[in-house]
Design a protein. Structure first.
Length: 286
C-alpha cells in the first residue's frame, strides 16, 4: 500500500479511509495540520513539524489526542508501512465530531489522521526556469484572532488565491494583506533579494513560520548572506533582483514573474541558486 491513511490509529488504503460527516474538520475547517516529506525515507524535521502542530493546536484550543512522541511513532510507522521510496505526509487533528453548531463544546474526542502518499516533487525544470506568480489581496481566516500564525484547516483564502494563479497560468499566489504588504504565498513563505541581501516577512506579521523557511534562514546565515525581516508593499515588487518561495514539498523555487512582469532577469538568480544547493546539502546530511 503506497497510499494509506491512519484514522485514529486504524490504517486503511487512502481511497477507503473515512471520517464522519459531523466531524468539525469537515463542517467548519476546525482543525490544524502539518505537511512534510521524507528524504531517503526519513521524515524531515519531524520533531519541528509536530512541535508546530502542537503550537497550532494550542492557539486553536484543540486538544492533541496523543503525546507528541506517540504521534511521531504513528507517523514513522505509517511511512514504513506505505513503503514508498519517498513520501508526502500530512498529519491532521480536528476538534472531533458532535452535534451541529459552532460551539466547540459540542465536539467529542479529537480526530487524528495521518496520510502518506508517494512524494511527487516538482520537475527539474521548475528549479531550472522558475515559476510565475500572481498577487492576491485577502484577509486570512486567522488574521486578527488569537490563532494568528497557526496552520489551520480553513484554507479558503489559499484556495481562491491558487484559483487566480491557475487562471493566469501561474503556479503560486502571493498574499497581500489589508495594509497592502506581501506577507507569504498561498502555500509557501516568500523571500526577496536586493543587492545580494535577503529579506523575508517577519513572524509578527502573522505569517505561518515555515519549517523550510527556518532551515533556509539557517543556511543563509552559514553563507553569510545578510537577512532583514520586513513585508514589502506590493508596489515595491518591481525593484527586487530575485524572489523565491519555500515550502516542505517544493523546497525553494524561484519566482521569475509576478502579475505578468519579469522579476530581475526573469530567471533563477545567483542568491537563490546558491541557497538551493546549500539547502539540499543540509537536508541530505541531516
Amino acid at each position: 500500500m503506497s497510499r494509506i491513511a491512519v484514522v485514529d490509529g486504524v490504517t486503511s488504503p487512502l481511497a477507503e479511509a473515512k471520517v464522519g460527516v459531523t466531524d468539525r474538520g469537515f463542517l467548519y475547517g476546525d482543525s490544524v495540520f502539518e505537511t512534510l516529506r521524507t528524504y531517503r525515507g526519513v521524515p524531515f524535521a519531524l520533531d519541528r513539524h509536530l512541535g508546530r502542530l502542537s503550537r497550532s493546536a494550542a492557539l486553536a484550543h484543540i486538544e492533541l489526542p496523543l503525546p507528541l512522541p506517540a504521534l511521531a511513532v504513528e507517523v514513522n510507522d505509517a511511512i514504513a508501512l506505505a513503503g514508498n521510496a519517498e513520501s508526502y505526509v500530512r498529519v491532521m487533528v480536528t476538534r472531533g465530531s458532535g452535534e451541529l453548531g459552532l460551539d466547540p463544546g459540542l465536539a467529542g474526542a479529537p480526530t487524528r489522521v495521518v496520510i502518506v502518499t508517494p512524494l511527487e516533487p516538482p520537475p527539474a525544470s521548475v528549479y531550472e526556469r522558475g515559476i510565475a506568480a500572481v498577487t492576491f489581496a485577502a484577509r486570512r481566516s486567522s488574521d486578527g484572532t488569537e490563532a494568528v500564525g497557526a496552520k489551520i484547516g480553513n484554507y479558503l483564502v489559499s484556495v481562491l488565491g491558487m484559483r487566480k494563479a491557475r487562471a493566469a497560468g501561474a503556479a503560486e499566489a502571493l498574499i497581500v494583506d489589508g495594509a497592502g504588504h506581501v506577507v507569504e504565498g498561498a502555500t509557501s513563505n516568500v523571500f526577496f533579494v536586493s543587492g545580494g541581501a535577503l529579506m523575508t516577512p517577519p513572524e509578527h506579521d502573522g505569517i505561518l513560520p515555515g519549517i523550510t523557511r527556518a532551515v533556509a534562514l539557517d543556511v543563509a546565515a552559514d553563507l553569510r548572506i545578510p537577512v532583514t525581516f520586513r513585508s514589502p508593499p506590493v508596489d515595491e515588487l518591481p525593484r527586487f533582483d530575485e524572489v523565491f518561495i519555500s515550502s516542505s514539498i517544493r523546497e525553494l523555487v524561484a519566482v521569475v514573474s509576478i502579475d505578468g512582469a519579469d522579476v530581475g532577469a526573469s530567471a533563477p538568480g545567483p542568491v537563490y541558486t546558491k541557497l538551493l544547493a546549500a539547502f539540499r546539502a543540509r537536508v541530505l546530511t541531516g
